[in-house]
Design a protein around this ligand. Structure first.
Ligand SMILES: Nc1ncnc2c1ncn2[C@@H]1O[C@H](COP(=O)(O)OP(=O)(O)OP(=O)(O)O)[C@@H](O)[C@H]1O
Ligand SMILES: [Mg+2]
Length: 264
């Protein structure tokens, strides 16, 4: 199942500055996410990575800078995100702990049905109960990600490696054209990161999405991203392809601060 027949989005951030009081969370940050590209954002704790996502999602308004989507000025409101084809996973999982895995994924599928082209029809059907199409989409997503066996489990009962996949399934059930992943590999073993890498790398081709990946696991980021932006204290200190960055002394210096999450 693809996320619609349309292409991904091209997203451009130019000169974004965000301050929280005296804290400069982002300073003059620019980045481009090409259509169906995968761009990585890395950097130590507090570098501003999640703030970039919050800007893209309209949760934080920058003091300066601009965003465009497919070349048009772009200032989304958080409630418009699903309609605009943007989905994100949250740092630390963000699953609904009181719901089953299927219900978690249904929330993503349902949001999309509410705002998608068939929304009027979906609203009519909802009056008579859950739309079968929505349930089918959620189940297909579980099957696609190898999660069917966990459909009736609650998040607290899941193995650590399964939780990020459920978060991913929920985001993908909204059929996004731009997917923002915030530390999906936290707590995973090398083998589990390997599987996640294959999954993320397949998203542009299989689902037509552009992807922005934030993670401390440099092995994952270097493997799946075409371009990687390195943030430190809110500034882009270096950027490039994984090959360009591997020998970049600035990247090494950024991670010599003792961030033991990082594993190149
Ligand atoms: N809503 C907020 N109010 C005040 N300060 C904030 C807010 N959000 C972020 N910050 C600050 O902005 C800076 C960047 O935070 P951000 O969460 O974007 O970093 P990060 O790179 O995602 O870090 P981590 O790797 O720990 O997730 C930090 O100094 C943080 O404390
Ligand atoms: Mg963060």
């Amino acid at each position: 199942m693809r996320c619609g027949d349309t292409a991904g989005v091209t997203l451009q951030l130019s000169g974004i500055t965000v301050r929280f009081g005296a804290v400069v969370a982002l300073e003059d940050v620019s980045l481009t996410v090409p259509d169906r590209g995968i761009v990585g954002i890395i950097g130590p704790n507090g570098a501003g990575k999640t703030t970039v996502f919050n800007v893209i999602c309209g949760l934080v308004t920058p003091q300066s800078g601009t965003m465009t989507r497919d070349g048009q000025p772009f200032r989304p409101k958080p409630h418009e995100l699903v309609r605009l084809g943007i989905a994100r996973t949250l740092q630390h999982g963000g699953l609904f702990e009181s719901m089953t895995v299927l219900d978690n994924v249904l929330t993503g599928a349902r949001d999309q049905a509410r705002t998608g082209i068939g929304s009027a029809l979906a609203r009519l059907r909802r009056a008579a109960g859950e739309s079968p199409e929505v349930r089918e989409r959620a189940r297909a997503m579980l099957s696609d990600l190898g999660l069917t066996a966990y459909a009736d489990h609650r998040p607290s009962e899941l193995p650590q490696a399964v939780r990020p996949k459920v978060a991913l399934a929920r985001a993908l059930a909204a059929q996004p054209r731009l997917l923002l992943l915030d530390e999906p590999a936290a707590g995973l073993s090398a083998e589990q990161v390997d599987e996640l890498a294959r999954l993320i790398a397949s998203l542009p081709r299989r689902r037509g999405c552009s992807v922005v990946l934030v993670d401390h696991r440099l092995d994952l980021v270097m493997r799946v991203c075409q371009e990687v932006v390195v943030l430190d204290a809110g500034r882009v200190v270096t950027r490039g392809t994984p090959d360009q960055l591997r020998d970049d002394p600035i990247l090494a210096a950024v991670y010599t601060g003792g961030d033991d999450d990082a594993s190149a």
